[in-house]
Structures are given as structure tokens and as C-alpha cells.
Design a protein around this ligand. Structure first.
Ligand code: ADP
Length: 432
């Protein structure tokens, strides 16, 4: 497996959860996977060697680290490009990950197949290995100038046409993954359907439709050992029933100094997640009697908006920026409802976590949200991507038996066992 991030070594978002948990689940099916990720500062691993590769016609070297976690072998590629504070968000991200992929190519021989995750790994689909390419988020594609691309990789310009890498005058790595991989998966069946339409296709819906026979939608699982309200070290008192959940709700409100009931949000503060709607709906939410806790970082305008709301409404709004694993767990457990008004959602883990902790999600009817939340049974789905949608979702929740929703959610099966079997099927198709 080649991925830009993998839990528990390196995590920015849901991709890391998948790239970390899937190999573990595959192990119990008798599949042995090695996970290759960049070696970033602060990640402990044993140095086991060095790999040589060619970049822009020059020979380069990368350190190779190894670490075994939960029985899974992780390989880490030490490149100077990744000795930075963050994993993504630099102007040279595309070059950094091309270098990562080229170095990874030297390690790919000897494996039965390569499972590539998102555009940072997509380049490896071009070298004739048997490959599965998984789309975690079509919105990030890895676009670059063709001159730079062919110079760095040494690949031939004959790949620069519409049926291959070309995308409006640029090279598009995501497109390369879709076109050249043996099989392409997306992280939920609904998202796989949606991205074949212009509304969600990010300009690649036509390419996807063209390659339809090799597309598969496989829902992500959840690491249900890690996300377990009965044995969660981040909770002041773990619980397995509704009484314990109610106690957690009281505890969260008190700890944050908020008047219950508290609505919870955990996630990246980006356009995709639709959290501007939560901000817009805030006066209505407060009027309806809710308080709000938001944990997440991202776009400055949203961070500022939530900070301002917290100052303006003491005792009703709590915002915390940055990453906080413990608080995230407490919000999943202690919220009255979990809000997820995403504009699009490839799979989404947060709603599954919330359900597992007995907290009904109120979410938009898109992608993986649609595939994991049973509307009116384990949570509430709404259609409109405007504040009316969110508010009507909450009104519906209040007419339902929240405890029954929470109980059913806690009993849902979200583990990686089923997804791992589905991937194994795809691996079998690839390896023949
Ligand atoms: P995405 O991959 O689009 O970010 P997902 O819902 O698939 O969204 O996964 C998000 C994961 O990251 C969840 O496990 C969530 O708990 C975690 N997460 C996101 N933001 C934070 C944060 N600020 N602090 C702690 N955990 C976070």
C-alpha cells in the first residue's frame, strides 16, 4: 500500500484511518500488506536501509525506515522534502509526492499488487504493476505543468493526451490513477456514483464514466477496537448503554461550561464540510435552545467565525482549534447530536464514530453519509445544502425518539471486516 498518511504513524484525515486499518483487517484474511508512507519529523522508526531512484535525470537517495504496528509493517521514506512542519499545504506538494512515488517505485518489485491511495500515490499506476487505485477525495487531483512532470519522471510525452494524463493543458495525477490502474475504487458506493456526474465529478466525471467497468465503491470501515465507548481511555467513564451516554452528555456540557443540550462538530474547517452553514445557522440554533461545541482547524474565515461566536455567546458556544484526540472522543460521546452538513462526503468517519457512541448524526444526504446513516433510524439525513436543510434536520430529530436512534446506532456494524473482504475480491480480480 502506498499512501501519503497512515494511522497511527501519521494522520491528517480519514485517509490515514483507512490506510492504517485496512492492512490490519486484511491480515486476518491472510493477506500481508506493507504500508509505505513519507517519513515525517517526529515519527519513530528503525532505519533499515536506503533506496536509490532517479528524479529529473539525477540519481537521488532516500532513507528507509521500518516500524511494525499491530502486526502491520510500515515502511517510511525519508526525503528532505518531508522534513517540514505539515504534511500538505505547500506550493511544491505535487513535486514532493512525485519524488515520494518515484522513490517508492524502487521498493514496489516483489509485491503481488500495489494498492495506491489518492493522487499522491497515483503516479505508480503508470508503471505496469497490477494496481488498485482508491479515490478518497476527488477534489484534490495533483495538477502540474507537463514540462516539469516529464522532466522529473523521465516518462514519455506520448502520455500527454486526453485519454491519458492531459487535463486542460496540465498533467493530472488523479486522472492518471483512474486511467492506468487495473481497478479503481472510491470509499463509498454512493460517492462512486456521484463522481460520475458533473455535479460531483470535479471535471473527471467523463473519464470515470469511460472507465466504468473497472470502478468499485467500497465503504470504509471503522477501527471498532479503537473507537469503542466501552473501552475508551479518553472518556472519563466508558459506557455501553444509554444511561452511560446520558452521563457523558452531562459531563461534556459541564466540562466545557455549556448549557445542555450540546450539538457537536469535529472536523476539518473546509468548504467541503459545509460548516459555514453551522455558523450561519447559529442564531437559530441558540434560539432553539442548543449550545455548540466545534473542534477543528482549517480555513481562517471559519476559525475566526467560530472564535467570534464563542466570545459573543459565553456558556453557549465553545470553539477549539487544532487537533485534539481526547476532546474529539468526548464530543462524539457527549453531544446531543453530531452535525455533518457536508457539501460532498466521500465516506466520512465522524458520523460512524458518533453513531457508535450513541450520538445521532444530523447530516446531508450525500456520499458515504447516505450509505452509513439510516434516516430516521440511526440519524437524520437532510437534502438542502442551505441552513434551512440543517435546521429542518434538527427539527426532525426532535420529533424522533433520540434514545432509540442512539441505541440502534450503537448496535450498527461498522468494522473493517466486510470492507476488507470486498477489497480482497478486487485484489483477486487484479491478480487473476
Ligand atoms: P476527512 O477525512 O474528510 O477529514 P472523515 O470524517 O473521514 O473526514 O475523518 C476525519 C477524522 O479525523 C475523524 O477520525 C475525526 O475524528 C478526526 N478529526 C478531524 N479533525 C480533528 C481534530 N481537530 N481533532 C481531533 N480529531 C479530528
Amino acid at each position: 500500500m502506498v499512501a501519503p498518511e497512515a494511522f497511527p504513524l501519521l494522520k491528517v484525515g480519514g485517509l490515514a484511518d483507512a490506510a492504517g486499518a485496512l492492512p490490519k483487517a486484511l491480515r486476518s484474511l491472510g493477506v500481508e500488506a506493507t504500508v509505505l508512507i513519507p517519513w515525517t519529523p517526529g515519527v519513530e522508526a528503525r532505519r533499515v536501509g536506503e533506496v536509490a531512484f532517479s528524479f529529473a535525470g539525477e540519481e537521488e537517495r532516500a532513507g528507509l525506515g521500518e516500524r511494525v504496528e499491530g502486526g502491520v509493517r510500515f515502511w517510511l521514506l525519508g526525503l528532505p522534502d518531508f522534513a517540514r512542519e505539515r504534511l500538505y499545504g505547500y506550493p511544491d506538494d505535487v513535486r514532493r509526492f512525485i519524488r515520494f512515488a518515484l522513490a517508492g517505485r524502487s521498493l514496489a518489485w516483489g509485491f503481488d499488487l500495489l494498492h495506491l491511495h489518492d493522487w499522491p500515490a497515483a503516479l505508480l499506476a503508470l508503471y505496469g504493476f497490477p494496481t488498485v487505485y482508491t479515490i478518497h477525495n476527488l477534489a484534490h487531483q495533483g495538477l502540474l505543468d507537463p514540462g516539469a512532470f516529464f522532466h522529473w519522471t523521465g516518462l514519455g510525452w506520448n502520455l500527454f493526451h486526453m485519454e491519458a494524463l492531459e487535463f486542460y493543458g496540465k498533467v493530472n495525477l488523479m486522472k492518471g490513477g483512474i486511467v492506468f490502474a487495473t481497478r479503481v475504487t472510491a470509499v463509498s458506493p454512493s460517492y462512486m456514483e456521484e463522481i460520475q456526474t458533473p455535479e460531483f465529478g470535479e471535471g473527471l466525471d467523463g473519464v470515470l464514466r469511460k472507465h466504468r467497468p473497472k470502478l468499485r465503491g467500497i465503504l470504509n470501515g471503522l477501527d471498532t477496537l479503537y473507537w469503542d465507548p466501552k473501552a475508551d481511555p479518553h472518556l472519563p467513564f466508558p459506557y455501553g448503554d444509554w444511561a452511560g451516554k446520558a452521563r457523558m452528555e452531562a459531563h461534556l456540557a459541564e466540562a466545557l461550561g455549556l448549557k445542555p443540550p450540546v450539538l457537536g462538530v469535529v472536523g476539518r474547517l473546509v468548504h467541503q464540510k459545509g460548516l459555514d452553514l453551522v455558523l450561519e445557522a447559529l442564531p437559530h440554533l441558540l434560539w432553539m435552545g442548543y449550545s455548540l461545541v466545534v473542534l477543528g482547524s482549517g480555513e481562517e474565515i471559519l476559525e475566526e467565525g467560530f472564535s467570534r461566536a464563542m466570545r459573543a455567546h459565553p456558556g453557549r458556544v465553545h470553539f477549539q482549534g487544532g487537533y485534539d484526540e481526547a476532546l474529539a472522543h468526548r464530543i462524539y460521546a457527549g453531544s446531543h447530536a453530531f452535525l455533518m452538513p457536508s457539501r460532498f462526503e466521500p465516506c466520512g468517519l465522524s458520523q460512524m464514530i458518533a453513531m457508535r457512541y450513541g450520538t445521532p448524526p444530523v447530516a446531508r444526504r450525500v456520499g458515504g453519509l447516505k450509505d452509513t446513516i439510516r434516516d430516521g433510524r440511526t440519524g437524520v439525513l437532510f437534502d438542502s445544502a442551505h441552513l434551512e436543510g440543517l435546521l429542518s434536520g434538527l427539527c426532525r430529530l426532535e420529533r424522533l425518539d433520540r434514545e432509540a436512534l442512539g441505541r440502534r446506532g450503537m448496535a450498527e456494524e461498522f468494522s473493517w471486516e466486510k470492507p476488507a473482504r470486498a477489497y480482497l475480491e478486487v485484489y483477486r480480480e487484479v491478480c487473476g
